[in-house]
Design a protein around this ligand. Structure first.
Ligand code: HAM
Length: 423
């Protein structure tokens, strides 16, 4: 039995990779002009970073981390997300003294040992952005607007819904948490087993339960937005005003809680109407206490992460995604030697081209050209060598023309670049 990839991971290769590249390119194109610089973070960190950053009581830390002891006996963890690492790097490299706010973005794989299903992987990719050192509500609106710009640019805006909530801060959340726990204790027998467990440990997570049995309890639960302190309420109102000014549409979701403990105030999620159970394509929020939880100075921050696989699955393959491709077909050794420098010259000028090895029959090569969706082929056989020419064939129409071998690459470039532009 040949070795297979492990459960919950996937290979990405052509043609699907074109959609990954489109999403990554779009995110860079939207974020960089808005002042976000790329940060490349390590794939593994000290386990303690995530335990303290994401929170000991969360599902991620309790059940989902890939944690291992390395050969020096240190406990390390494959990163389950990027925000804790960004804040760690921010503190470690003295970015606290950079002009604020500091805007960073990252892309790369994350690891969570969840039960694999459609849209849920154990290694998955995120594109994330973080804005550090500002707690003005206008930056919440900025971050959310840029996220939605990525989707708009990809033509996905109509198929997505932005959910918005505020979950308060250290001032008002403890009281709400108690109130919610009090309510849940009264409804304990109506809750699923997991939620019963959560009532004392992490009652807000009950609001996130998808089991139908818990739905009525959740529906009648007290809403956090009714229990925000004055500062959190006015922050949230201004976020909404600025989103209005930016014409970013959203739905208020008072029961939106997030699976990571570092969140304060603004939280949001982008849902797709076209995906199944794993329909969150991006999520994020404010984390004003995270830097302090990592022993740094108070550093408010807000950010988001896009689930790359989920967004890619919404992108359809675009007509014309396949670039203009040229296959050079030499028939025999001498023809191969004549075409090799032509191939390299074309390649240097950036036109996608491949060259056959010269050892196969014309018919087989033409079939291959069809399979690779080449738009043109160039054929050189004994006859062409005799007349010092090459045959350029347009695959779709089958029309052919003779071109002198001398200066062939220039003529090919002229012809094909012209057609490329016209496409
Ligand atoms: P998160 O909600 O855990 O937030 O993940 C963000 C997105 O990553 C999800 O909405 C989903 O699209 C994708 N995702 C999560 N788990 C999986 C999985 N197992 N398979 C496939 N896709 C997945 C965070 O990670 C925060 N760090 C976001 C953030 C940034 N908050 C502030 N700044």
């Amino acid at each position: 039995m040949a070795i297979k990839a492990v459960r919950g991971v996937k290979d990405v290769f052509p043609p699907e990779i074109a959609r990954w590249q489109r999403l990554e390119g779009t995110a860079r194109r939207i974020l960089e002009p808005a002042g976000y610089g790329e940060i490349r973070l390590p794939i593994f960190e000290r386990t303690e970073l995530f335990a303290r950053g994401i929170g000991d009581a969360t599902d991620i830390v309790q059940k989902e981390m890939y944690t291992f002891e390395d050969r020096s006996g240190d406990s390390l963890t494959l990163r389950p997300e990027g925000t804790a690492s960004v804040v760690r790097a921010y503190l470690e490299h003295g970015m606290t003294v950079w002009p604020k706010p500091v805007r960073l973005y990252y892309l790369g794989p994350m690891f969570r040992h969840e039960r694999p299903q459609a849209g849920r992987y154990r290694q998955f990719y995120q594109i994330g952005a973080e804005l550090l050192g500002a707690d003005d509500p206008v930056v919440d609106a900025e971050v959310i607007a840029l996220l939605m710009e990525v989707f708009r640019s990809l033509g996905l805006a109509d198929r997505l819904e932005l959910l918005l909530n505020s979950i308060g801060d250290a001032q008002c959340r403890p009281a709400y948490r108690e109130r919610l726990a009090g309510y849940l204790r009264l409804r304990l027998k109506d809750l699923c087993e997991e939620c019963r467990d959560r009532v004392e440990r992490n009652p807000l997570r009950v609001l996130d339960c998808k089991k139908p049995g818990c739905a009525p309890v959740i529906r009648e639960a007290p809403e956090i937005t009714h229990h925000l302190c004055g500062d959190c309420r006015s922050h949230f109102e201004r976020v909404q005003e600025y989103l209005g000014a930016l014409a970013v549409g959203y739905t208020l979701a008072p029961r939106l809680v997030r699976g990571l403990d570092y969140y304060t105030r603004t939280t949001f999620e982008v849902l797709s109407r076209d995906l199944g159970a794993q329909n969150a394509v991006a999520a994020g929020g404010r984390y004003d206490g995270l830097a302090e939880a990592l022993d740094g100075p108070r550093t408010p921050g807000i950010g988001f992460a896009v689930g790359v696989e989920r967004v890619v699955s919404l992108l359809s393959e675009r007509e014309g995604d396949s670039p203009l491709k040229l296959l050079l077909i030499p028939l025999g050794e001498e023809a191969l030697r004549a075409l090799l420098p032509v191939w390299l010259a074309i390649h240097r000028r950036g036109l996608p081209a491949e060259i056959a090895s010269g050892g196969r029959k014309l018919k087989a090569e033409l079939e291959r050209a069809n399979r690779m969706r080449a738009s043109h082929v160039v054929i050189v056989g004994a006859e062409e060598l005799g007349t010092k020419s090459a045959l350029l064939r347009e695959m779709k129409s089958g029309t052919q023309q003779q071109i002198p071998l001398d200066g062939l690459h220039d003529k090919l470039m002229e012809k094909l670049a012209g057609e490329g532009k016209a496409r």
